[in-house]
Write a protein that binds this ligand. Structure first.
Ligand code: MG
Length: 226
C-alpha cells in the first residue's frame, strides 16, 4: 500500500540559521521604510501568512491582500540573499532518508509547511532538496497549520490521482503545531527534536513516534512499513 510522507521544512529538513526570519524582517523594513522593528513575533510552526499578519499589525500597517503581496514579493527577493549569508544546513540523516524514501516504489514524498510555496522552493532549492517534493500544502492562504494539513492531503490526492486515506499518511515535523495538524487530518506523526523544541516538550504532544533526529531513522522506517 502506498505511504505518503509529508515533511515540514524549517527545523525538520533544514536549518536556515534564521535566514527566513531575517529575510521577512528585512523585507518589512525596506518595503515600509521602518528604521527598527517593534517587538517579536512567534515563528515556530506557524504559517507565513499568520506571521505576516502579525508583523503588519504590530507595525500599524494595513493588513490587506495588496500590502501582504508587497511584503511577500520583497521577502522572496531577500530570501536567497539571506540564505547565502547565513550558514544553514541540511539536518542530520535527511539526505540519506530522502534518497531512500524517494527511491521506494511505495512511498510518495510531499511538503506540509507554513512557508509560502515560492519560499519553500527557494529554501529547498538552496539545499538541492526540492527535487524530492512534487506536491504539498503551503502557508500562502492559511492562517492555521491545521488548514495547511487539509490542503496538503488534498494536494496529495490530486497529484497521485487516487484516494489516499489519512492512515496512509505520516506527517514529519519539529513543533507541537506539526503534531496538532497531523491529528486534524487523522494522519500519523513523527516528531523530530531538530528544531527549537526539546524532546520533553514534543513528548507531551503524544506523537506516534519521537526521534532526537533522523540520523537514526530505522524506528521510523519500521513503523512506516509495518
Ligand atoms: Mg518546522
Amino acid at each position: 500500500m502506498t505511504k505518503v510522507c509529508l515533511f515540514d521544512i524549517d527545523g525538520t529538513l533544514v536549518s536556515t540559521s534564521g535566514a527566513g526570519k531575517a529575510a521577512l524582517e528585512t523585507a518589512l523594513q525596506i518595503t515600509f521604510g521602518l528604521t527598527e522593528l517593534r517587538g517579536t513575533v512567534d515563528y515556530s510552526g506557524r504559517t507565513d501568512l499568520a506571521i505576516t499578519c502579525d508583523l503588519l499589525r504590530m507595525h500599524e500597517l494595513p493588513d490587506d491582500p495588496a500590502t501582504r503581496r508587497r511584503l511577500h514579493e520583497a521577502y522572496l527577493q531577500q530570501l536567497p540573499l539571506q540564505l547565502a549569508r547565513k550558514t544553514g544546513r541540511v539536518l542530520p540523516g535527511i539526505a540519506d532518508l530522502l534518497e531512500r524514501l524517494g527511491a521506494h516504489g511505495d512511498v510518495r514524498l510531499g511538503l506540509l509547511t507554513g512557508n509560502l510555496n515560492e519560499g519553500a522552493k527557494v529554501k529547498l532549492g538552496h539545499f538541492d532538496l526540492m527535487r524530492y517534493f512534487p506536491f504539498g500544502g503551503f502557508g500562502d492562504d492559511h492562517l492555521h497549520r491545521d488548514d495547511v494539513a487539509r490542503a496538503a492531503l488534498q494536494a496529495t490526492r490530486r497529484y497521485l490521482q487516487t484516494e489516499i486515506e489519512p492512515e496512509q499518511v505520516w506527517v514529519i515535523g519539529d513543533t507541537p503545531l506539526d503534531v496538532q495538524c497531523a491529528r486534524a487530518i487523522g494522519a500519523r506523526v513523527l516528531a523530530v527534536a531538530t528544531g527549537m523544541h526539546p524532546v520533553a516538550e514534543l513528548e507531551a504532544t503524544r506523537p506516534d513516534l519521537l526521534l532526537r533526529d533522523l540520523a537514526q531513522a530505522e524506528p521510523f522506517l519500521d513503523r512506516l512499513f509495518d
